[in-house]
Design a protein around this ligand. Structure first.
Ligand code: VGL
Ligand code: ZN
Length: 264
């Protein structure tokens, strides 16, 4: 097992580290609630889910999430925010700012929800949305009724993490862990691992876009992933259903918020 050419003390430390992580993960589950993008624009603003194909009401997640914040002893609370500059590549209003690649699946009569490929950018399909969640605007603020836990005053002593994503003009970021090309990682994984978090409970908006992407990355980063179904609302019913099925296939749990109490 030992590599003769490598310092034994270092190898022993590596081994200790490895097993201590395994033991912690096995014996000491620690949970984080990740509240994805519960922002005004998805609820009543420019990208309101009410106008998307599934016609869902994003505001309905707020009381469900507030109840989870009050009733469940999560160790860490994460608020993620979609946080775009005005010239962001995901905005249909900005189509004229970029050229389409010859491989773009659509080149004309482009409408909201279509996917394109831009020239000169990482060869990834970019879905187009109305301008939304522009940095420091009302639309980018968390919904006014969403309970904010403050690390300084929280009687339960929970850690609080804010993640801002999609803030580079030329690349979108659905997951709270990585951008869509996996070129950059946010600090979320390091912060969670630092807190010893093993289990992530994911909720918020939109179920089939950012909540799903965050959940898939969570699985890949070795968290136990619990998708809280009734604490999400999404864009497209078929996509929501498919993403949930894929998540379960990949080892996630899809649960109802009333069951979370008995899990944490
Ligand atoms: C989202 C579309 C575009 C989301 C963000 O938070 O799910 N959806 N940007
Ligand atoms: Zn966005």
């Amino acid at each position: 097992y030992f590599d003769q050419n490598k310092d034994h003390k270092i190898q022993l430390d590596e081994l200790k580290n490895f097993w201590s992580k395994i033991v912690k993960r096995t014996l000491l589950p620690k949970s984080a609630l990740i509240i994805v993008d519960v922002q005004n624009d998805f609820i009543d603003g420019t990208l309101t889910l009410k106008k998307c194909p599934a016609k869902q009401n994003g505001a309905e997640v707020v009381p469900v999430i507030n109840n989870l914040l009050e009733a469940v002893p999560f160790d860490t609370i994460v608020y993620s925010l979609d946080w775009h500059p005005a010239d962001h590549c995901s905005f249909i209003e900005n189509l004229h700012l970029r050229k389409l690649d010859q491989n773009s699946p659509i080149k004309e009569n482009i409408k909201i929800l279509d996917s394109v490929i831009f020239e000169g950018y990482p060869l990834v399909e970019q879905r187009l949305w109305p301008a939304h969640c522009i940095q420091d605007t009302y639309g980018a603020e968390l919904h006014a009724n969403l309970k904010r836990i403050s690390e300084k005053t929280d009687p339960l002593g929970r850690s609080v993490i804010y993640v801002y994503k999609g803030s580079k003009s030329e690349i979108d970021s659905y997951s709270a862990f990585y951008d869509n090309c996996r070129l950059n990682e946010t600090t979320l994984n390091a912060d969670l691992k630092n807190n010893g978090i093993t289990d992530i409970y994911v909720c918020g908006l939109a179920a089939d876009v950012c909540v799903a992407a965050t959940s898939f990355d969570g699985l890949e980063l070795d968290y136990r992933v619990i998708f809280i179904d009734d604490a999400t609302r999404g864009v497209d019913l078929e996509d929501i259903d498919n993403q949930k099925k894929r998540l379960v296939k990949n080892g996630a749990l899809v649960v109802n918020s009333k069951d979370v109490n008995n899990m944490v």
